[in-house]
Design a protein around this ligand. Structure first.
Ligand code: HEM
Length: 292
């Protein structure tokens, strides 16, 4: 209830600012009219969209980030390669923002994709149903005619672990996304569906990549991180190895994946301490907290 009230408070505050006070999503949709009824957006329409956006965009992106940090903390060679890419591509942390330098960090993108492949933020089966009325065209799957009205779906987690598309599928290998051989590239991209595809595919895909890229690049710029070395219990939170013996971030399918952990130790990089204080305007106490 507190969440729904908070969303409502946000909307009321935004409406009070005037339609075009900010160039945000609200300013783009506020004048839209229903083509059939001519009605504009009601408070409850905006409320239900906004209430959906927070988990749709928040829980999912948070799992993608968590998974990336989890796998990078377990694969030191990948960690090193990504740290080099980020620390050589930029000259300061504030420079890390949307643009060609960030999109040129191809290993970063490969790490995000590989994390979402092994641990999809939505790992479930997105069921689809052929309408009862649509009986002109047969729907055939592997030689079987699927009658209209039947629900069908392919599980995203299973698809991402199909060895035919992703050999050694439980292994975190960002390099596989940089493989230039055309046949393999197409096969992998066709089978990679963390955002779903088609007309109901994710509306926030570009935003999700942007958020995740900036967050991870800034993390590598300002910080180093690792597993807690001496406390094995803390180190194992959220980790399973049951399918392949390889470390996997456990995610429970509750439509959006729910996870615990990992526990990681973050340390401020000496090279970035002054800059963090001066340019990101963080207080000394926050920096000390990060460093302790
Ligand atoms: C890594 C991050 C994300 C992942 C993996 C993801 C994944 C998905 C998936 C699989 C669907 C299809 C759901 C279905 O068919 O039932 C979807 C739909 C959607 N997503 Fe995302 N999403 C992410 C981030 C975001 C963000 C940042 C936003 C916007 C703030 C967003 C907005 C939406 C919307 C509006 C839909 C519904 C599209 C429609 O039905 O027309 N998503 N997302």
């Amino acid at each position: 209830m507190a969440y729904y009230k908070k969303v409502r408070d946000f909307i009321v505050a935004r409406r009070a600012e005037g339609k075009h006070a900010r160039r945000d999503l609200y300013s783009f949709v506020v004048d839209i009219k229903d083509p059939e009824t001519g009605e504009g957006l009601r408070l409850r329409d905006i409320w239900s969209e906004a209430a959906f956006f927070v988990p749709a965009g928040g829980d999912t992106t948070s799992t993608a980030l968590t998974a990336a940090l989890f796998y990078l903390s377990r694969y030191p060679e990948c960690y090193k390669r990504l740290a080099n890419e980020i620390r050589n591509a930029f000259t300061s942390g504030v420079e890390i923002r949307h643009g060609t330098k960030l999109s040129g960090c191809t290993y970063l993108r490969a790490c995000i994709d590989e994390a979402m492949r092994i641990t999809p933020p939505i790992a479930t089966t997105l069921w689809r149903q052929l309408p009862e009325s649509d009986n002109e065209q047969l729907f055939v799957v592997e030689g079987q005619v699927i009658p209209p009205g039947t629900e069908v779906g392919v599980n995203i987690y299973t698809m991402h672990h199909n060895e035919e598309y992703f050999p050694d599928s439980y292994c975190f290998k960002p390099e596989r996304w940089l493989d230039e051989s055309l046949g393999r590239k197409k096969l992998m991209h066709d089978a990679f569906t963390p955002f779903s595809i088609g007309s109901r595919g994710c509306g926030g895909k570009a935003m999700a990549y942007q958020e995740a890229s900036i967050a991870i690049a800034k993390t590598f710029w300002y910080l180093d991180f690792e597993r807690p070395a001496h406390d094995m219990k803390a180190d194992r939170v959220g980790e399973i190895t049951q399918y392949s013996g390889k470390p996997e971030l456990e995610a429970l399918d509750q439509f959006a994946s729910v996870h615990r952990g990992p526990n990681l130790v973050f340390r401020l990089r000496d090279e970035a301490r002054d800059e963090l204080f001066e340019t990101e305007k963080l207080s000394y106490s926050t920096i000390l907290e990060l460093h302790s």
